[in-house]
Design a protein around this ligand. Structure first.
Ligand code: MG
Length: 164
């Protein structure tokens, strides 16, 4: 059985991952509206990954004989000024998520909850990539922000998700 406080925090993380999915979906549709179809599809794939993260936490809660508690999902931002603005927000968001994962790990270590530590290890590794990818895209966007042709070429490339 899982400790009650740990269970509460894991359920909060389910909500946070679902919220991340909402955020990236919102970015996806906003970028699509602004004519960046490739970036829109990149964010849609990112949203799907976040829903997988939520599923991973829910599956673990079930395996530990805990109860999944699906809470309301808060509203997300609807508009970004540019692809650069969206990726800046995405990177900032992923840093917040990394902090949440580390807090969960701290708690699992404190409670000598080895099963939760083992499950969280995957997320610790995943967050390295989750921060690296938007950071690299952002570096490119900063270089080309005033060059529409280059921006459209990057949009096309991101649509294929070649960075993965
Ligand atoms: Mg996530």
């Amino acid at each position: 059985m899982i400790n009650a406080n740990m269970l509460t925090e894991l359920n909060r993380q389910v909500n946070a991952e679902l919220w991340s999915g909402y955020l990236y979906l919102s970015m996806s549709y906003d970028m699509d509206n602004k004519g960046y179809e490739g970036i829109a599809s990149w964010f849609a794939a990112q949203a799907a990954e976040e829903f997988e993260h939520a599923t991973r936490f829910m599956k673990f809660i079930g395996e530990m004989d805990g109860k999944v508690n699906l809470m309301p999902i808060e509203e997300v931002r609807q508009e970004w000024n540019s692809p650069k603005d969206a990726f800046e927000d995405a990177l900032m968001h992923e840093k917040v998520v990394t902090g949440k994962i580390y807090k969960l790990m701290d708690m699992a270590i404190e409670q000598k909850d080895y099963a939760t530590q083992s499950m969280l290890k995957w997320f610790v590794d995943e967050q390295v990539e989750e921060e690296e990818t938007p950071r690299r895209i952002l570096e490119k966007l900063k270089k080309i922000e005033n060059h529409p042709a280059a921006l459209l070429a990057l949009d096309k490339q991101l649509g294929k998700r070649e960075d993965d």
